[in-house]
Write a protein that binds this ligand. Structure first.
Ligand code: DCP
Ligand code: MG
Length: 382
């Protein structure tokens, strides 16, 4: 992707999409302390409070100065920095930690709820139910509760030979340790190469761009996100429609895809906990790469891989939307709505009054249409 001129951005803006947000900021420790409180609010189902912390944290990520007694005054004037944040920041400056963060980290409730929500398919409200109603505390107790061994084995008996089995909570529990391992950039690239070589066999001309945290420069990702399009604009739409099923079936036959949690263009299940979901065709899958011929003893780890299929008129908005971060793309939507009478999501940009689409021809074009300075992916870590 092209580089941007960060002198044209401003850390004072109310919108993440106008601020330069690096992967690691000068106040990273404070960010991590506040993120614990944010996660706890999320786990408790306190959506508004969680959002307030998300906004404050995003502001801090773009503040280029180390917060000290000297810069505290300027910090206090930034957007979404209020009395509560100032109290906690002062605690952090004098103690090296935030008192509430310390209390949360020591609580059994936070520990169990965080652990439970690491299981794909278990959202905050289910986790609270497991904790409050069923009295569960540990992963071993979850294994018993969900009868993991019986259910996964039974599934294998009834599996359709053409169709990857659906990935459900018992599968997620069984693979939890593997799926929690971070994915290095080189493996993210190997997964992309494998997907592209399989697409080439279906039909030449497919293009794929690695998005998500990888594109923003993360050294280690939690999953792999790939936006897939086709280079021939006149036939691309037909070549994309139905591709998620075709491709995942092929990869399942090869033993690369082991499960699928979501296939199609409809709304994601509640467990995905996304406030917003575009209508692009997608396949949310579990992969395992074939043995490495150069290094046959290397451990093979199951990985979460999201494949997003975009026709030409959606391609660049899909790339921008799925490159994230979550807060950056949330503010692209808010900016488009508040300032431009437009609707932005990964599917496209449309006029709010007549739903007419404005098609972007590149990533920079997406920003131009929205009336924003271009921000390159490594500065979108809001
Ligand atoms: N996304 C979003 N809102 C969500 C979830 C995702 O807008 N609730 C978008 C922005 C994300 C992108 O999709 O950057 C990919 O989502 P991931 O959950 O894969 O997050 P990342 O790729 O940013 O980080 P990682 O996968 O390393 O955790
Ligand atoms: Mg990702």
């Amino acid at each position: 992707p092209p580089k941007c001129d960060i002198s044209k951005l401003s850390y004072l803006s109310n919108y993440c999409c106008q601020r330069p947000s690096p992967l690691k900021c000068p106040n990273q420790e404070l960010v991590e302390q506040l993120a614990v409180i944010m996660r706890f609010r999320d786990l408790e189902g306190e959506a508004m409070q969680m959002l307030a912390y998300e906004k404050t944290i995003a502001t801090i990520k773009a503040f280029p100065k180390k917060i000290t007694e000297d810069t505290l005054e300027e910090f206090s004037k930034l957007p979404y920095v209020g009395q509560k944040t100032m109290t906690k920041t002062r605690e952090f400056l004098s103690l090296g930690h935030i008192l509430e963060t310390k209390t949360i980290l020591a609580s059994e409730r936070y520990e169990s709820l965080s652990l439970f929500t690491q299981v794909f398919g278990i959202g905050a409200s289910v986790a609270r139910q497991l904790y409050d109603v069923h009295g569960l505390r540990t992963i071993e107790q979850l294994h018993l509760f969900y009868d993991v061994d019986a259910i996964v084995d039974k599934d294998e008996d009834v599996a359709d030979p053409d169709e990857p089995p659906e990935f459900r909570i018992p599968h997620a529990l069984r693979l939890m340790d593997e799926l929690n391992l971070k994915i290095p950039r080189s493996e993210v690239e190997s997964i992309r190469d494998l997907v592209m070589s399989e697409l080439e066999k279906i039909e030449p001309g497919y293009v794929g761009i690695l998005v998500g945290g990888y594109r923003r420069g993360k050294q280690e990702s939690n999953d792999v996100d790939i936006v897939i399009g086709h280079s021939d604009p006149s036939t691309a739409k037909a070549k994309i429609t139905g591709l998620s099923k075709k491709l995942t079936r092929r990869l399942y036959k090869k033993g690369v895809v082991t499960n699928v949690m979501h296939l199609s263009s409809f709304r994601a299940p509640n467990a995905m906990r996304t406030a917003h979901w575009d209508s692009l065709e997608k396949a949310l899958t579990v992969f395992i790469l074939p043995p490495n011929l150069k290094n046959p003893k290397a451990p093979r780890v199951h990985r979460r891989v999201d494949l997003i299929f975009a026709a030409p008129q959606s391609f660049w908005t899909a790339v921008v939307g799925w490159s994230g971060s979550k807060m950056f793309q949330r503010d692209l939507r808010r900016w488009a709505k508040d300032k431009k009478m437009l609707k932005f999501d990964s599917t496209g940009i449309t006029h709010r009054w007549d739903s007419k689409q404005i098609v972007a021809s590149s990533e920079e074009d997406v920003f131009r249409i929205l009336g924003l300075e271009y921000v390159s992916p490594e500065w979108r870590n809001a």
